[in-house]
Ligand binder design. Structure first.
Ligand code: SAM
Length: 264
């Protein structure tokens, strides 16, 4: 029936994800640092540098669009958005590129808006926060986005295929889908250490630092359940994207990976 097991399970998953991120919103940054030993910052720096957002006015065609229109999905506390705007401004001398941060969780958005006040972009047309589900981006028109990013978000989505289809719809032809996510470690010895760290230490750190073992247990399990590099690459292709090269780049032995797709 319409209210069959799957629907109930999915509703529960959405509720669970909501509760997890509401509960970790304010301690989110310090917990990320603890869990990844600070490495998530280096991965995010690399992700943004590699995408090279922004349009250098010296090389842009005079009649062309000014700046990029970037959509950062599951953008939460603005980590990727602020880096993107900094890169466009300082590296590409581009003062027009703009980022829309979309997240399903109002508490994460509140945290992001608070953090934006420490940047030059708060209350400028270059930065916008919207509450939205990645699976249903009705407020974003077709073919309107130059770059769609999602960092450490997609493994929490209930229907990843639906979100990928939405990404495809909103991107302009030639636009890029880029995802930074935990992935599968490609070295058995390193994987043994990593598994002990994630299943042993992380829930414990969550309990000690945030008083919240369950949320961190959920985070660890969601990482373990996420598809492998090749499986996820295939899902991106199935949504209609062309993937450059083998389709992904491993970071730190595959603890995380960057996947990309281009809309033809
Ligand atoms: N991108 C940020 C970063 O890298 O620090 C935040 C990542 S955080 C681990 C995951 C985010 O995904 C949370 O803010 C959560 O609210 C959001 N999220 C989960 N499901 C979502 C959905 N269906 N649509 C949009 N955002 C979602």
């Amino acid at each position: 029936t319409h209210f069959g097991f799957e629907t109930v399970a999915e509703a529960l998953k959405e509720q669970r994800v909501g509760a997890v991120f509401s509960s970790v919103a304010s301690s989110y940054d310090s917990m990320n640092d603890f869990m990844s030993l600070g490495i998530h910052r280096l991965w995010k720096d690399h992700f943004v540098r590699n995408l090279n957002p922004g349009r250098n006015p010296l090389t842009a065609s005079p009649s062309g669009d000014k700046g990029w229109n970037i959509l950062d999905i599951a953008g939460g506390t603005g980590d990727i958005a602020f880096r993107m705007l900094d890169h466009a401004s300082t590296i590409n001398n581009d003062a027009h590129t703009k980022v829309t941060v979309a997240d399903i969780n109002p508490d994460m958005l509140t945290e992001g808006k608070k953090r934006a006040l420490q940047t030059p972009y708060a209350r400028t047309p270059r930065l916008k926060f919207v509450e939205a589900n990645a699976e249903k981006l009705d407020m974003i028109p077709d073919n309107s986005i130059d770059l769609y990013t999602v960092a450490f978000g997609i493994r929490n989505f209930t229907h990843k295929e639906v979100a990928l289809k939405e990404a495809f719809r909103v991107l302009k032809p030639g636009g890029v889908f880029a995802c930074l996510e935990f992935s599968k470690v490609n070295n058995p010895l390193f994987d043994a250490v990593y598994q002990r760290w994630s299943f042993g230490a992380i829930p414990l750190i969550g309990q000690l630092v945030a008083g919240d073992r369950d949320s961190y247990q959920y985070l660890v399990e969601s990482i373990a359940r996420f598809p492998s590099q090749t499986e996820f690459r295939d899902m991106i292709q199935d949504a209609g994207f062309l993937v450059p090269g083998k389709g992904w780049e491993d970071l730190t032995n595959g603890i995380a990976a960057i996947h990309k797709g281009v809309k033809p």
